[in-house]
Design a protein around this ligand. Structure first.
Ligand SMILES: N[C@@H](CCC(=O)N[C@@H](CS)C(=O)NCC(=O)O)C(=O)O
Length: 208
């Protein structure tokens, strides 16, 4: 399979990390959504990443759909999302909040960098959504003592939080970031130190 997109996207990165943790071989094409738009469009009419091209030529778009597919390729005891309730829905909530925070960080970046007239209303809204979500995630992580969000094993929730917060910090140095979020800061530091996070990694590179 082929994973399209650069690892400075938290969405691409979390797919790459999950593929590596599952031991699923893949080819990486680090195409930029701006500089390589035509190449990406040939596989995905939305011209977005991540885009995953399967060996039979089928194409899966959107990180949640891609991860749903690859989760189904591994035995239940290796899955990065718990398969039993209520653990499953709780892990999915943390994952969705982290991915949603990354969505807002991307939207905020595009607003500030790509719009000639920046809407302060939209900026305020994104910053409030990011701040409130960070506070929720900090509270939930601080209530847990294990090395990972749900105990001894890494999961999609851990990966999504660490990937999203690295992207947020690098793309928005003007925001408070993880100041005042010690549990999240420790979580991210622990994950970024893992070999798979160091390998599947790219510093944030703004669109030219
Ligand atoms: N919901 C999508 C979001 C992906 C996303 O926002 N990708 C960005 C790069 S970080 C992108 O493709 N931006 C180009 C665009 O939206 O036009 C997912 O989970 O895959």
């Amino acid at each position: 399979m082929i994973l399209i997109g650069q690892y400075d996207s938290s969405f691409v990165r979390r797919v790459g990390i999950a593929l590596r943790l599952y031991g699923i071989p893949f080819e990486h094409r680090p195409w930029s959504v701006f500089g390589d738009a035509e190449k990406i469009r040939a596989f995905n009419p939305l011209t977005r990443v991540p885009t995953l091209v399967l060996d039979d030529g089928d194409v899966i778009v959107d990180s949640a759909s891609i991860l749903g597919h690859i989760d189904g390729l591994v035995p239940a005891d290796r899955a990065l999302h718990p398969r039993q309730e209520p653990d499953r829905r709780r892990a999915m909530k943390v994952t969705a909040l982290a991915a949603g925070l990354a969505d807002k960080a991307v939207a905020l970046f595009y607003e500030k960098r790509l719009h000639e007239t920046v809407s302060q209303t939209w900026v305020n809204r994104c910053e409030r959504q990011i701040g409130d979500t960070l506070a929720w995630l900090e509270g939930d992580r601080a209530a847990r003592s294990g090395p990972f969000w749900y105990g001894e094993r890494i999961g999609h929730a851990d990966i999504a939080v660490a990937a999203s917060l690295r992207h947020m910090g690098e793309s928005h140095p003007e925001l408070a970031g993880l100041d005042g979020c010690p549990a999240l800061a420790a979580h991210c530091e622990r994950l970024e130190a893992l070999p798979v996070f160091q390998e599947i990694s790219q510093p944030f590179s703004p669109p030219a």
